[in-house]
Design a protein around this ligand. Structure first.
Ligand code: DX5
Ligand code: ZN
Length: 234
């Protein structure tokens, strides 16, 4: 997997049909997504429960692009190996999930996955200043994690700018997650994000039997970003 800063759309399967994850993954890829974002929640670190490594392993053969696993779980260390074994390409942990982030990130890479670190809205950029050489991705939460369909927190835009400056020339992706729509995407890309997670904004209006809206929704986000960077609005 080579590194680039082109805009990538990563639909969150949190908004997919939970009875049909394999088909949903195939459908969003056929409709043009770049990565597949998998939200793991434990009912402890966040107030919602989704699924674990067995589900990740089960859907892995249905994903041809990148399986991007976002772990909203604490403690996290004892589960890293299982998620890496399940085929996560990127494995993202929360900076707030434990006391030894540096050790946790080393464990992710040692398990064979690319290492991501996520920041809750209230966590400052400086929380990861001294682990930059251990990571491949920064996930900026633009909602409080736990649920899809929440409103984008505008105060995160300057935080993305600060993280982008902090990253400099390092090959570290900056990912944004929560409330990403055609209206909010241009500002986060202008601030320096290159991976856009979107749940409700991608899955709305479609289904595995009617996947065309997924493609239209993905295109709407891409077009809004392209139009804004070309200096026009949509
Ligand atoms: C929130 C999850 C997100 C969520 C985004 O805890 O990490 O990935 O699914 O959903 P939308 O795009 O609907 O805000
Ligand atoms: Zn997520």
């Amino acid at each position: 997997m080579s590194f680039d800063r082109n805009v990538k759309i990563a639909p969150s399967i949190l908004s997919a049909d939970f009875a049909d994850f394999g088909a949903e993954c195939r459908a969003i890829e056929a409709q043009g997504c770049d990565w597949v974002h998998v939200d793991v929640m434990d009912g402890h670190f966040v107030p919602n429960i989704t699924f674990g490594p067995q589900l990740c392993k089960a859907i892995r053969p249905h994903i041809k692009t990148v399986m991007d696993v976002h772990l909203m779980i604490a403690p996290v260390d004892q589960y890293i190996e299982a998620f890496a074994q399940a085929g996560a390409d990127f494995l993202t942990v929360h900076a707030e999930a434990g006391p030894h982030l540096d050790r946790t990130l080393q464990a992710v890479r040692a398990a064979g996955a690319k290492a991501g670190v996520s920041l809750n809205p209230s966590t400052p950029p400086e929380a990861i200043e001294f682990v930059l050489d251990r990571i491949d991705l920064i996930l900026v939460m633009t909602v409080n994690p736990g649920f899809g369909g929440q409103s984008f927190i505008e105060a995160m835009v300057p935080k993305i700018e600060r993280l982008r400056a902090m990253v400099g020339d390092r090959p570290i992706h900056i990912q944004v997650d929560g409330g990403v729509t055609p209206l909010t995407a241009p500002a986060v890309v202008a601030a320096g994000a290159d991976v856009l997670v979107a749940g409700s904004a991608v899955f709305r209006g479609g289904s595995v039997n009617n996947p065309a809206p997924y493609g239209e929704n993905i295109s709407a986000i891409r077009n809004a970003v392209a139009a804004a960077s070309a200096g026009t609005s949509v």
